[in-house]
Ligand binder design. Structure first.
Ligand SMILES: [Zn+2]
Length: 461
């Protein structure tokens, strides 16, 4: 088994550099030889689809209490000061001697990051030692250095760091690029994660575009981006880790658990704990597609407030489940949402644009940047939602498109039995909008086919 996926790794082994990397994706995903069919079957057994699970297993949305003006959240998350980056080294990565990270223009083409950040000292900063401004409260208005992954990122600079989960098998210890823009003004730390599922590509490009347009001297706060969390999965065109586990069921992880637990723990301690806000970017899976949308625990007032920063986005209430990065982050006091954009294994321009626009809007509303031109400022739309499943196996043919408004009883599509020629209609169970759906394909009875959203009240109003 080990041999088998190692062979896969080597066969798929593409040299990936972050900036030019998207051009090489087709080569990696084109390599689907016959024996990978077995894997596909196994994959289907492993998990349904988190975009289904995290909605269906969600606690219902609590109605807001309009009578009390200043209601207190029941489980109040600890206040996270923007400057309160954990001082104590969170993991072995951080114990390493900190070096000032080189200031890199992220728009420039870069070589593949090295494992050790033993890059030459940046000439500009070689002489001076940064003073510990955290000990001087009167300097709170000053931006401070960000110390992570063994490096110190000075205010007003951007750089590429490398996160390595320290798993001692070739291919897994490969360093994963971490982009950091540390603004010249103080503000919150926003983290962006992509490709926790290795076959979800839109988020990689959303993060690249969002971050490469940031100018450190115009930014208040920091943006930390991990475009490809699951690098081995990405290289194989697979949602899963090489041990066939779903990384997004293992956060915050542990040091002595499965491979997935250890990778999750390493990411959580060395990157995620630096965040005040987290947007974890995903796509649909198993040939399902989504309108650009957020999954957020609207029962959590801090999270609900965060969602208001995203314009034009559909927001679907979902508490999330144990093991998800979003869920673990919220438990750790980090305001976190999942962004779902489009389909897996595809690069979809309109989904990417919507994602970048929404993240830009968020940074604007959080006071991190100021947009020069804002054409209107549409609020997000909030939905309660429900998945409608196929009652029969066969071939699914949809009658409606993603985003369509539907009314109760309307036929959304048919499942056609290719043997008996029976046609089984699937009908909308409520009035609403199709916010996610399966593409036409062979389905089994019980397959979640249409995600119908019903507009819900806007939180806090
Ligand atoms: Zn995903």
């Amino acid at each position: 088994m080990l041999y088998r996926w190692l062979t896969h790794l080597f066969r798929a082994g593409l040299i990936f550099t972050l900036t030019g990397g998207l051009a090489s994706i087709p080569a990696a995903f084109a390599d689907k030889s016959g024996d990978s069919n077995n894997n596909e079957i196994l994959v289907a057994e492993l998990a349904e689809d988190e975009s289904v699970e995290d909605v269906e297993h969600s606690e219902p949305l609590r109605s807001s209490e309009p009578e009390s003006e200043d209601r207190q959240p029941e489980a109040e998350a600890p206040e996270v000061e923007p400057s309160a980056v954990p001082e104590t080294p969170a993991s072995s990565d951080d114990i390493a001697v900190e070096e000032v990270a080189p200031n890199v223009d992220l728009k420039e083409v870069a070589p593949t990051p090295e494992t050790e950040t033993t890059t030459k000292q940046d000439e500009a900063s070689s002489g001076e030692e940064q003073s510990e401004d955290r000990e001087q409260p009167q300097q709170l208005e000053e931006a401070s250095s960000l110390k992570m992954l063994g490096s110190e990122v000075l205010p007003g600079t951007s750089t590429r760091l490398a996160w390595s989960p320290a798993i001692q098998i070739a291919g897994l210890s490969q360093p994963t690029p971490v982009l950091v823009v540390n603004g010249s003004k103080p503000g919150p730390n926003l983290c962006l994660t992509g490709a926790v599922h290795g076959d979800e590509l839109n988020g990689i490009e959303i993060i690249r575009r969002t971050m490469y347009d940031l100018e450190p001297d115009k930014l208040s706060g920091r943006v930390i981006g991990v475009p490809i969390v699951n690098l081995p999965g990405f290289q194989q065109g697979s949602r899963y880790l090489p041990d066939r586990r779903d990384l997004n069921r293992h956060f915050p992880g542990s040091t002595d658990g499965s491979l997935a637990d250890r990778i999750a723990h390493s990411l959580f301690e060395s990157v995620i704990r630096h965040c005040d806000m987290l947007v974890d970017i995903h796509t649909g899976s198993l040939k399902r597609t989504n309108l650009p949308q957020l999954r957020a625990d609207m029962n959590n007032p801090d999270v609900a407030e965060l969602t208001r920063g995203f314009d034009r986005m559909a927001v679907v209430h979902s508490t999330g489940t144990t093991g998800m990065l979003r869920f673990a982050a919220v438990e750790a006091g980090i305001r976190a949402v999942t962004m779902e954009a489009g389909e897996s294994l595809r690069i979809q321009e309109h989904q990417i644009k919507a994602g970048v626009n929404s993240l830009t809007s968020l940074m604007d509303k959080e006071g991190m940047i100021s947009r020069m031109f804002v054409w209107g400022d549409p609020e997000p739309v909030y939905y309660d939602s429900e998945w409608i499943r196929a009652e029969h196996g066969g071939i699914l043919f949809s009658e409606i498109n993603l985003g369509a408004k539907v009314s109760e009883g309307e036929i959304l599509g048919y499942v056609s039995d290719p043997i008996t020629n029976a046609q089984h209609p699937i009908r909308a169970s409520s009035n609403g909008r199709i916010i996610g759906m399966a593409v036409d394909q062979v389905v089994m009875a019980g397959f979640a086919a249409y995600h119908v959203g019903t507009e819900a009240e806007v939180p806090g109003e």
